[in-house]
Design a binder for this molecule. Structure first.
Ligand code: ZN
Length: 63
């Protein structure tokens, strides 16, 4: 399998995907603060976030 994107995590907790980490964090404005994230951990974290996002979105869209 070809992995073209890597997950990056800022020390503030922001997650970004891409071949390279973002130059600076949109959330906390830190430069070079991203480290390559552990995907196993990420799945749990983003899974939770996604569930919340999907839930809030579907509430808004459906009504
Ligand atoms: Zn940050």
């Amino acid at each position: 399998m070809n992995k073209s994107k890597v997950a990056w995590e800022c020390n503030c907790g922001a997650i970004a995907y891409g071949k390279l980490p973002p130059a600076e964090c949109l959330k906390c404005d830190s430069a070079d603060s991203f480290i390559e994230a552990d995907e196993d951990q990420l799945d749990e974290l983003t899974g939770e976030n996604l569930m919340n996002e999907i839930r809030s979105k579907s509430w808004g869209d459906d009504d």
